[in-house]
Structures are given as structure tokens and as C-alpha cells.
Design a protein around this ligand. Sequence first.
Ligand SMILES: *Cc1c(COP(=O)(O)O)cnc(C)c1O
Length: 477
Amino acid sequence: MRDQYSPALDVAYRRALRFHEARKSVPTKASATGDQLLEAFGGPMPEVGMAPATVIERLADAAEPGLTGTAGPHFFAWVMGASHPVGVAADWLTSMWGQNGAGYHSCPANAAAEAVASKWLLELLQLPPECSVGFTTGGTMSHFVCLAAARGELLRRQGWDVEADGLFGAPQITVCVGADAHVSVFSALRYLGFGQRRVVVIPTDPDGRMDPNELRRAIAKVNEPLLVIAQAGQINTGAFDSMHTIAESTHEQEGWMHVDGAFGLWARACPPRAYLAQGVEQADSWTTDGHKWLQAPYDCGFAIVRDASAHHRAMTVQASYLPVTGEEVRDPKEWVPELSRRARGFATWALLCAFGKDGISAMVERHCQLAERMSAGLAREPGIHVLNKVELNQFLVRFTCAEMSEQSDQATKDVIAQLDTEGTVFFSGAAWKGMWVMRVSVISWATTEPDVDKAMSVIIEAWRNVKGKTEESGSLN
Ligand SMILES: *Cc1c(COP(=O)(O)O)cnc(C)c1O
């Protein structure tokens, strides 16, 4: 029976559908300024409540000019998925059902969806079936969960109960991280009391892979518990660390190997690319995201740990008012921090069903091929340089020619600025190995070959413009 709230739901549905159907032409950058957005949302808080449908209409009107093109086909700036409609539909239901997904007893259906999706994920990513999986809000929190399990287990082996006694006075742990690790690794280390500076930084190769010989050398002298954090898919280049060698050296020292595979782990779901992530299965824990290559709506990540009891010890919560479940059922709150949270199993389950193994493999392969196509096309233009071997979906570009070798950083920034002004594609810059570069991530489910070809021609035109201006004036701005 319709009630006063039904019209608000109608508006949300209509506005969401309109957004979805206009996905290809949604501007890639926010058209409103920060001040305009504050004004659109601002004014005094209403004394009297507004009509539900009006609120939702006003929300959409205020927000849309401040949205970016992450859900569209022309967004290449960062490694972000594109909120697939099937995941969104599952998420609508999740919100309407209003379940607290943390407890088995507060929502047995979510517990079941998580249990089945966990099993499917391990199969898809070819990880050991005995692993436990926590449904997190993303990669950063997955690192947090996995590294908490590592911390607890490494110290337990030293006779120290960190869950009970904390870190003060605990034995030291040596943490080794590659020089091109993702920032989120350092966030997690910070939250867990490891300290982001108290790490041994292992040098990397030009594509950002940890040097396994340097690692071996660094840990040869270590006689305290050891934690090594490797990477499957470097954020800029998509490069994979040498997993076999790193696992061997880490395990020789009885250390714990964690892998940041936020997006790269999905190469394992794609037979032609799986070789890239070979040996990853030898690690002890893995971070991966659902809101990247799986295209799940935010927030969606997975913390995967081989030693389920270490995982459980690090995250379990008990209180007299919380019903206890037996070993045989999954209690979602035992594997991640929050005690009240979204029922995260539904969207993941729905997307795994909607894509199927074949669909995920095909999407990953398509993105990799599109990245190859775009990088090769760009590299044919004089002055455009692709800096890494493109094996996955990520690559780096630098714009320079003989006359402007001193000003290549500026030229690259100018091209990105031109693309911003042009406004139909979205790319970002980054500092990489002492240079300014343009980053390219091909990861939206909505991106097709014509989108990539269009992006390519817009980039080439921007570069020709920048080059032309330099030739006229002799210098860049
Ligand atoms: C995105 C990303 C992360 C962080 O994940 P969030 O979901 O953004 O917290 C970590 N590592 C890599 C390689 C990433 O690409």
C-alpha cells in the first residue's frame, strides 16, 4: 500500500535511472564549484520537515553538479570501479531491508550470502579454500584486518597475547615494505601501532616491483618476528612483485606475507592474465577490493586470511547480549571490526551471479586489452612516452620532446590541465620515480573500445596543442 514515503522512493528510482541512462554523457568533472555546492546544500536547517519526495528531488538537484565521472566510461584517473547497476539494485534492497549485517542473528540471510560469496571468491581468485574472508569497506580496512591477524599470530608465537596485553612491552616485529607500496598499507600500519616510519623499505625496480634479492638481504639479519608486505598490482604500473621468491624468503624466516591485491588479485580470475599473479597463493593474507574490478557500489572490500583462527582472534567480539553462534554458521561480525554495519553480502553475491566466472574474466581481459590499445596508440605519437610494460590495466605516460627536455614535468602537467579544460575525459597526474606523469587506469565496466579511441585522440590533440604553444613562445607557462 502506498504511503507518504512511496513518492520519495519513486523519485530516487527515477533520478537513479536517469543518471544510469545518461552515463555516457555525464560530465567527467564536477561542473559546480565547492562554494556553489555548499550553497546548494546550505542555508539554515529546516525548522519544519519537508515533504519526502521534495527532499530527494532537492538532494539530486544539489548533488548532480558536484558528481564526477567515476561511474562513466571516460574516467581513467584512478583505480575505481563504476558501480554496476546490478550491484546498485542489490544495494537498494539492502538499504530498504535495513538489516544490521554484523550478526548472524540480526540477519541470517546476509550471513548466508557472505558465506557463499566467500567460497565463490576464494575459488575465483584461486586462493586456498581454508581461508577466512571478512567483508570490509575497502582495501584500507582489509589491510587493517589482515595485518591485525598477522600481528596477533606473530606475537602469539613469541608467547605474547597482543589482543589481551596490547603492544606496550611486546616483542618487536620487523615490517618490510616495497618502496612503491600503496599509501593505504602505511595507514593500516599506523592504525595498528606498527608506525608508518618503523618499516624497512625495500628498493624497487622501474615498474615498482620489490627487489627480491634486496628483501632477502634485508631479512637475513632479522631474528625477530617478520612481516613482509608484497604487492599484486602496483597502483601506477599494475606490476606484480615476484611472489614465489618473496614467499620463500619470508617463510624461511617463519614470517607472515601479506599481499596488497586491491585490484591486481583479479588477474587470477582471468586465465590469460593469471600468470601475472602466480605464487600469490603462497601468501598468508590478501587484501582485495569489491568496489574496483568487481564494480560493486561503495563500500566493498575483502580481507582474506589463511589462518582463520588468527583472523578470528583479531576481530572477534563477544558480549552477554550478543547471541553466540555455533562453529557451523558464519557470524559476519567475527571477521571485521564493526558491530553495526551494512549487510555487505548481498551486493557481492549479486555481482558474482550477474558476471559469472566468464563475465569477470572477459571484463578483466577487455580492460587489459584496452590499456594495451591505448598505450600503443599513444606511443605512436612523437613525444608521447609510455613508461611501463603494459601487462595489466594500468600505465603511465609522459609528454616530452628534445626541445623541452628540461620542462617535461610542466609539459605533462599542461596536457593534463588541457584535458581538464576539454572536459570529456578524466585523467590524473602523479609523481613517479622523480618525474611527473599522467596515470591511466582502465577499469570501468562501462568503458568500450570507442571510448578508449576517443580518449586517445583527445590526449593526442592536447599534446599537440601544448607542443605548438611551446614552439611559438619557446617556453611553457
Ligand atoms: C585502491 C587501492 C588500495 C586502497 O583500497 P581502498 O579500497 O581505496 O581503501 C590499496 N592498494 C591498492 C594497490 C589500491 O589500488
